[in-house]
Design a protein around this ligand. Sequence first.
Ligand code: GLP
Length: 264
Amino acid sequence: MQVVTPDNREKATLLVARFIAREIKGKPQVVLGLASGRTMEAVYRNLVEIHQKEKLDFSQCQTFNLDEYVGLPPENEHSYHFYMTKHLFSKVNIDLCHVHLLNGMAKDLKAECQSYEKLIQECGGIDLQLLGIGLNGHIGFNEPYSSLSSRTRKVALASPTIAQNKSQFGNDEEMIPKWALTMGIGTILEARCCILLATGIEKAEILAKMVDGPVKAALPASALQVHPNCIVIADEAAASQLQSKDDFKWIFENDPEWEEFRIK
Ligand code: GLP
């Protein structure tokens, strides 16, 4: 696992966008795994800007989203489908036939999850998986105690997740679906590269547990420690409780690999 710690939220989110842009330029048919949540909004804003200013071409990319609420149709403003359309898909030249999201309205949710897994395989697997982290350590909607080899499936949301996400539902807990579909941890670990982005002081404690603590199902994001190519990008606030934060900072400032991503 590499940990990269730019100074602030702006630099961290721009770094992630530039990393994704480099992947797209290097492999126009790249298969991207995408995430939602407040943290990612700035990443998508930056990607849209790169598309507009540098003509970043999304036309051949394929995308698979990590998760979706059960029972919300794409036109519901709280669905992740709506979120993706609003923040990215409607603003870049992506071919909507290449956009894949779990359908939380499917009659047979099990079959929906199985065919999603199959589709990922048919597209050659995910090249780059973008991830956020929940305050309880979830990735996607893999809540604590999800099997570290779990596959795409229906899950119940944990109460801290409901509390964390309720602001997006007008602070009304009753409005938040209690179930979701999510790629499994096993599915995520098969991506060729994973990027986990954490920003803000509120993520500092859980990020330290994920990076410095043991790998355990009680903390799903810790599974990324065993991924062969995982990059954690954390701004200084989110990285503030990491045991080796000074080493990570030094490496980021001096490693030629990161030179093009260092923003003055
Ligand atoms: C949701 C998503 C996760 C995301 C998390 C973090 O629960 N299912 O994939 O990582 O939110 O969200 P935020 O960026 O808003 O903190």
